[in-house]
Write a protein that binds this ligand. Sequence first.
Ligand SMILES: [Zn+2]
Length: 220
Amino acid sequence: PKGNVIIDTGNNDKTITDAEGWWGPLAKGFGLKMTKDDAIPAQLGKIGLKTDDIKYVVVGHLHLDHGGNVSQFPNATLVTQEDELKAAWWPDVGFSVYYIPGDFADTKKMNIVRLNGDLDLFDDGSVRVMRAPGHTPGSQFVVVKLPKTGSVILTSDVVYLKENLDKNLIPPIPGTVNPGDAYRSYQRVRLIRDANNAQIFYGHDPEIFKATKKAPEFYD
Ligand SMILES: [Zn+2]
């Protein structure tokens, strides 16, 4: 591929020093504990990169724990669904709680690819962005084809936990925008998993996370 891609950006680095100031009551509600080592520059530094080395920022959606640091990449191109941008800026009543306007305030200056569907980012099948609404209006997941590891699916919150996909369950947090769409998106993930014999990295599965390599280790 031609350029570095980051897929989801985690919690805003400001929560390292001021969790409640940035997240409000959700900081306590979710037991947020960020460390200096979690910061985007610290994590990228482990693999020898700086934020300016990133060409594309693909967000599974713009919730506070996925789109928190998009503003750290002003020179990158943001890849998102058009309706996710609208949902983040002007959420439907009752669905604003997980969007923090300050997280993406600066994205209006960014170059943005506004999707209404899928995108083969490098036109070579190496990084495919797949539209999969349900968790939010413009959720998407990413399929990465690696030379040795094979295909890997990064679900963001299209699938929260492995159990959700295995047992067809909506995740145990409030806020799923459209459960019917979420089930259809599960089916889409399963079809792509099976067709590509892909392994899945789920958005929030603590067991899978434990078993996953962390930077500077990598999958090739
Ligand atoms: Zn989410």
